[in-house]
Design a binder for this molecule. Structure first.
Ligand code: B12
Ligand code: SF4
Length: 446
């Protein structure tokens, strides 16, 4: 039996290059699925972000991982294989939250994590008995490490992706993670994380956990265990990490360079509405931000706009806050009601969506806004987010922040990463917002 794994792009015309900061990272989902696949099964992998898919290469089963933004393209790709009589199955966040929709385009849909059921699915496929849906148990399998041999000679960044946990105990209204994992958090055993890092042979890592400091004692234990490995890493976590000095000390000692923090909004009423658990005053946010920086840890700050209490002042305050703290990177994103989240349900109830299933619509672009925000039109909201990005990523700001980055990190290597990624992010602002979803392939199959 031969399996073909596919990671779809969001949208891309034949032969065109994909957004640089989205095509560089190694596809951990694929190397994880490869590791779970018995060795006697032949495998192949097309990364739609960086290469063309050869639909005519013989295969017995096609396995596609799907996110909301990649759903349309995934459905088109699945259609092309099904026309050739090849069975196609999918999994990932979007099918987990929208299994019935995905079932219209795939022979089989996998909901949740696949570790416990993958071998059964493969057996069913071999016996031509695939079920329409499979429900996986969430969590990790002990002693299972990604098999990066599936990448072949594809070129990814030097950054290794490693999982430390899955899910989240918080309940932010807009969040896909907590919706997919039903507000539960699954820790990975520390020995497995250490072994995963060692087996990768890499030195620089991105821990993909959505809140690596959700359980502070566990996080400290993890950071202690990885300190002897001498790696450098970045990850994602909540601002209240700064209240725990011991945690910050171990983060730094274990090699943390940059941490992504979702500040989300400068308006406390917005934070309350989105159910962000660590709602705090501006004064406190300033102090906690400075505390993290004082440890020589950079911050990738992310903000979301489109909430009900977003006055014009909120946009300006966010930019001023980002400039004041000289963040390593910043994202000014528009709020999006991802299907399957509480936010999506609320917007449907409040009749705010002006486009249903926008992620499948022709002509829908990455930067488009499918609902009516309070106080401004969708286009005004999209333009305001773009303007903030342009105002933050000016060359003057990059140069000014590069001096601060060098002072904070005292490392030329970190400065190199800072400069190349800031320049990429600057270059890509409009390219991303105008990227049409699913483009480059034919119409959706009926
Ligand atoms: C690393 C990462 C990236 C990287 C690399 C992306 C990549 N696809 O490799 C970068 C930084 C480029 C990135 C960019 C973006 N990302 Co991203 N990313 C992640 C992150 C943090 C980790 C993904 C990962 O490797 N997980 C580890 C693997 C092992 O887990 P998994 O994918 O869930 O797979 C398991 C199961 O789901 C299942 N499974 C998955 N697929 C399949 C398929 C089959 C057939 C089967 C059987 C099973 C199966 O098996 C696996 C083992 O159990 C996730 C959040 C997270 N913690 O997962 C967000 C996440 C996937 N990203 C997200 C988003 C929104 C984006 C961006 C749009 C962000 C932006 N505004 O710029 C872009 C889009 C880029 C693109 N698609 O081209 C959202 C997707 C939401 C949604 N509803 O679809 C997530 C969930 C983050 C979030 N908090 O909401 N991202
Ligand atoms: S803390 Fe982060 S991962 Fe957890 S629910 Fe909120 S946004 Fe999602």
């Amino acid at each position: 039996m031969k399996i073909t794994f596919i990671l779809p792009a969001i949208g891309k015309k034949t032969e065109t290059k994909y957004i640089k900061t989205w095509r560089l990272m190694e596809p951990l989902t694929i190397s994880t699925l490869k590791a779970l696949t018995p060795k006697n099964i032949e495998t192949n992998f097309f990364d739609d972000r960086i290469e063309l898919i050869d639909y005519d290469e013989p295969t017995d089963l096609v396995v596609i991982t799907v996110e909301m933004y990649t759903a349309k393209r995934a459905y088109l790709i699945a259609g092309k294989y099904r026309e050739r009589g090849v069975k196609v199955i999918c999994g990932g966040y979007h099918p987990t939250l929208m299994p019935d929709e995905a079932g219209r385009f795939f022979d089989s849909v996998i909901i949740g994590n696949v570790e416990d059921i993958w071998e059964n699915i493969l057996r069913d496929a071999q016996e031509d008995k695939l079920q329409k849906q499979y429900l996986g148990n969430n969590g990790f399998r002990r002693g299972c490490y990604p098999d990066r041999s599936i990448y072949g000679d594809k070129k990814y960044s030097i950054l290794g992706l490693v999982e430390t946990g899955r899910g989240c105990v918080y309940n932010c209204e807009f969040c896909t993670i907590t919706a997919s994992y039903q507000r539960k958090y699954y820790r990975r055993e520390i020995e497995d994380i250490v072994e995963d890092i060692k087996q990768s042979g890499k030195k620089y890592f991105f821990f993909v956990d959505d809140n690596i400091v959700a359980d502070e004692d566990y996080a400290i234990a993890l950071f202690k265990a990885i300190t002897p490995l001498g790696i450098k890493w970045s990850g994602q976590g909540s601002l209240n990490m700064a209240k725990n000095e011991k945690l910050l000390q171990w983060m730094k000692r274990s090699g943390c360079m940059v941490i992504l923090i979702g500040y989300e909004s400068m308006n406390v009423k917005n934070l309350k509405q989105m159910n962000k658990q660590w709602t705090m005053s501006m004064g406190e946010r300033d102090a906690l931000t400075e505390k993290i920086h004082s440890y020589g840890i950079g911050i990738y700050a992310t903000f979301i706009f489109g909430f009900d209490y977003d006055t014009d002042a909120v946009f300006e305050e966010s930019l001023a806050f980002a400039k004041k703290h000289h963040f390593f990177f910043v994202a000014f994103n528009h709020l999006l009601p991802f299907p399957g989240t509480k936010l999506h349900d609320r917007f449907v109830e409040e009749n705010k969506l002006h486009q249903e299933e926008w992620w499948l619509k022709d002509g829908y672009k990455y930067g488009d806004i499918p609902y009516e925000p309070v106080g401004r039109t969708p286009i005004e909201l999209s333009d305001k987010c773009a303007r903030l990005r342009h105002q933050f990523f000016t060359l003057t700001s990059i140069v000014r922040r590069s001096f601060v980055a060098l002072k904070r990190h005292k490392s030329l290597m970190t400065l190199g990463i800072f400069l190349s990624q800031n320049l990429n992010l600057k270059r890509e602002i409009d390219e991303k917002l105008k990227l049409p979803i699913g483009v480059g392939l034919d119409e959706l199959p009926k």
